[in-house]
Design a protein around this ligand. Structure first.
Ligand SMILES: NC(=O)c1ccc[n+]([C@@H]2O[C@H](COP(=O)([O-])OP(=O)(O)OC[C@H]3O[C@@H](n4cnc5c(N)ncnc54)[C@H](O)[C@@H]3O)[C@@H](O)[C@H]2O)c1
Length: 343
């Protein structure tokens, strides 16, 4: 594994900044100072780290209820039927396979023909931007499995990689239809059964570009921001309007991942150190763990993404420094034509 901010942060979190190490350190200082803890830099850092852990735990419990739902296990996974989009390739394919290995039943769809690679998976050809096609596929799934979908993983996505003046109307329509509107359609098709059952999980894959905008991605950025906005409302509607807090919602905010979708995206050595390339298997594992835990929330990968939700409040100069250091604006080589530049 190449050296990156993530390897360093993981190392620190597993060792000196682990809550057990922090508590042991404070106990040691207490004993050393005859029953009182001195105020110095290290002690203050330990307090801050423990406060961050406590705040993260509290956030999770406030969002998901003080008593967590039981984790899914070998006995309970087989009662779940998960609808996975983009199941033919990349993150969607790996997620479907991991869910099937856990014992879940999986209905995987993709716009291309593909074959299941596990007995628990059934595959369907379906364009998720077409709500009528989704309704038809739901009927088929209910017939094939004899039960309603209990969880949805909206993973399919496309990428145009064009500067805004090069995008055609068709490009923009297709982007918004596949990468944003399809999340509304799967919600309308599959949430009613979950709301009736008062349990379920609706998860959508967004992106780092759901939090920041970069060159060559205006349409993708708009769609991925839209997913996060839609999910904010959905979370509160399920809690307050539909009175179904146990229908969980999750978003997945991931950086560059080793799949075909962004295979020409190159942020350079510094960018790669700050935001290492993710393995699709690692993303699939986090998605499955989120379903297994039965808690909703936001999955942020890699570590730098954990700092980004607040970026809109950063001063402009700081945001600019981060954007320049990330290398993201130079990740694609195409430039405006001489004609567009008026030359
Ligand atoms: N790869 C990355 O760097 C990266 C980074 C951030 C977010 N993401 C997001 O992760 C998700 C998965 O992407 P991936 O990297 O696995 O890409 P991928 O290209 O490997 O897989 C995407 C799958 O979606 C399918 N698909 C496309 N349009 C569809 C449609 N209309 N109906 C049904 N299926 C359709 C494709 O056929 C493909 O099988 C996407 O939402 C993407 O935006 C990827």
């Amino acid at each position: 594994m190449p050296l990156s901010v993530d390897t360093l942060v993981s190392l620190v979190r597993l060792t000196v900044a682990h809550p057990a190490s922090l508590l042991a350190f404070l106990a040691y200082r207490y004993q050393q100072n005859a029953g009182s803890i001195p105020r110095d830099g290290l002690v203050t850092t330990a307090y801050v780290c423990l406060a961050l852990y406590a705040s993260s735990w509290l956030n999770n419990r406030l969002r998901n209820g003080l008593l967590p739902l039981a984790r899914l296990n070998a006995k309970t996974w087989p009662q779940e039927l998960v609808f996975v989009t983009g199941g033919a390739a990349g993150i969607g394919k790996l997620t479907a396979e991991r869910l099937a290995h856990k014992g879940a039943k999986v209905a995987a769809v993709d716009v291309v023909d593909f074959k299941p690679e596990h007995a628990n998976i059934k595959t369907y050809k379906c364009d998720i931007s077409d709500i009528e096609a989704l309704q038809a596929v739901r009927e088929q799934i209910v017939k094939d499995f004899g039960l309603q979908v209990t969880m949805v993983a909206n993973i399919a996505g496309i990428n145009n990689q064009k500067l805004i003046l090069d995008l055609t109307a068709r490009d923009v329509d297709r982007m918004l239809n596949v990468n944003l509107k399809s999340h509304f359609w799967t919600a309308q098709v599959f949430l009613p059964a979950m709301v009736k059952r008062k349990r379920g999980h609706f998860l959508s894959v967004s992106s780092t570009m759901g939090l920041v905008g970069i060159c060559h991605q205006s349409d993708y950025v708009a769609a991925k921001h839209g997913i996060l906005g839609m999910h904010e409302s959905l979370h509160y509607e399920l809690q307050k309007m539909y009175k179904t807090p146990h229908v969980r919602t999750s978003t997945v905010v991931i950086g560059h991942t080793r799949t075909a979708l962004f295979n020409t995206f190159d942020v350079g050595v510094v960018g790669r150190f700050l935001s290492p390339l993710l393995e699709p298997s690692a993303v699939a594992d986090r998605i499955v763990a989120q379903f297994e835990r039965q808690d909703g929330g936001m999955i942020l990968m890699p570590f730098t993404n954990e700092l980004l939700p607040g970026i809109k409040g950063f001063p402009y100069w700081l945001r600019n420094v981060l954007q320049a250091t990330s290398g993201a604006d130079g990740a694609y080589t195409s430039r405006p034509s001489r004609e567009q530049l008026g030359e």
